[in-house]
Design a protein around this ligand. Structure first.
Ligand code: NAP
Ligand code: F7E
Length: 330
């Protein structure tokens, strides 16, 4: 039985990946931080075979101890401060966890796995935010980086140090440059979930309007359940490498609103959306659209869930969630 360790187990991707690996027959270990982490029970209920181990990406000794205990075949490093807007308010903490956390995890793999024939394969959760002020359209593995936020800068460090540990120590370390992926489990701070959960509340008569920032930015949005399959496929390759994981389509926030409000039976979203400068960013990423042809050719990976289907699934799930919450059943 293969053993996998996932950091960021309580996050959107950690939850999908742990279920997917368990279904493939893996023994899955999830690294959880903090004392009495409130999300521990949720992930344990979703995946009863999951084993939780204590560790924090800020604490090198804890990472070494986790690897010594688990002895994983595969390490998926998904833990991070992942909210771009928060990274502007807490840049140092973002650099510490999202950037230096990768170095600590890689060094722990190097030390515990050994210098020669290190058996531990490593996945780094890199991001399209590294492309930032994009130098070409669409973005591929060879597009130069130009990050626009402390988050993007920290991810770029994580990406480069992963390549460096691969080249310097021969570690089987791969980076997935994942474009935005969302789901029914997406955090409520991100624009897609903010829209679908607020819309559900509007439909249920619990809320009147949604306050948003910049509606012009364009994103390449896929479904997280599809994207975790690409992570796994990267670690099954003989050689480690970097891959763009994206749909190859882009849509603005306005288009997301169009589709979501149509799903809910409204002709127009304009009467329900207002602008709030608090959600504007000091520097914006205007346009992201990925070229996933390498992932398709080498990993045989393709996204299955369309943009319209993604929006519909998120809205319908939130309608049920918000209705339950309003009745005090959540
Ligand atoms: P997420 O839902 O925000 O989850 C982040 C996870 O990181 C949580 O489990 C969180 O644990 C954990 N974490 C935070 N600080 C930590 C620390 N000090 N030590 C250990 N773990 C810590 O993110 P996601 O959407 O699942 O994304 C997974 C990864 O992919 C992240 O690295 C993200 O930056 C990257 N990524 C995401 C996307 C996307 O569109 N979703 C695209 C590209 C790359 P707590 O519950 O304890 O806070
Ligand atoms: O913003 C605009 C905002 O926070 C998308 C993370 O998973 O994907 C994600 O980062 C766009 C931006 O995601 C609001 O200005 C308008 O242009 O949903 P988001 P993100 O910044 O693209 C990348 C690939 C990651 O790696 C990250 O971890 O929407 N926007 N109004 C808003 N955004 C938010 N959050 N809230 C608003 O009210």
């Amino acid at each position: 039985m293969k053993r996998a360790l996932i950091t960021g187990i309580t996050g959107q991707d950690g939850r999908y990946l742990s279920e997917s690996l368990a279904a493939k027959g893996y023994q899955v270990f999830g690294m959880i931080r903090g004392q009495a982490n409130p999300k521990a029970r949720m992930v344990q209920d979703e995946n009863p075979r999951l084993e939780l181990v204590d560790g924090d990406l800020r604490d090198m000794a804890s990472l070494i101890a986790v690897l010594e205990q688990v002895q994983p075949d595969e390490v998926y490093n998904l833990g991070a401060i992942s909210f771009v807007q928060l990274s502007f308010r807490q840049p140092e903490l973002t650099a510490e966890i999202t950037g230096l956390g990768v170095l600590r995890m890689l060094d722990a793999v190097r030390i515990v796995g050994g210098m020669e024939n290190n058996p531990m394969r490593f996945y780094q959760a890199s991001s399209s935010e590294m492309f930032g002020k994009v130098r070409e359209v669409p973005q591929s593995e060879t597009t130069p980086f130009h990050p626009r936020s402390p988050y993007g800068v920290a991810k770029m460090f994580g990406h480069n140090i992963t390549v460096n540990y691969r080249e310097a120590y021969g570690i089987h370390a791969s980076s997935g440059i994942l474009f935005n992926h969302e789901s029914e489990r997406r955090g409520h701070e991100f624009v897609t979930r903010k829209i679908t959960s607020s819309l559900a509340r509007i439909k249920l008569g619990l809320q009147d309007t949604i306050s948003l920032g910049n509606l012009e930015s364009q994103r390449d949005w896929g479904h997280a359940a599809d994207y975790v399959e690409a992570m796994w496929a990267m670690l099954q390759q003989d050689e480690p490498d970097d891959y763009v994981v994206a749909t190859g389509e882009t849509h603005s926030i306005r288009e997301f609103l169009d589709v979501a409000f149509r799903c809910a039976g409204y002709d127009s979203w304009e009467p329900y959306v207002s602008h709030d400068v608090r959600f504007d960013r000091p520097a914006e990423v205007d346009l992201l659209i990925g070229d996933p042809s390498k992932a398709k050719a080498k990993l045989g990976w393709e996204p299955k869930v369309s943009f319209e289907e993604l929006v519909r699934r998120m809205y319908e799930s939130d309608l049920i969630e918000e209705d339950k919450a309003a009745r005090g059943m959540r």
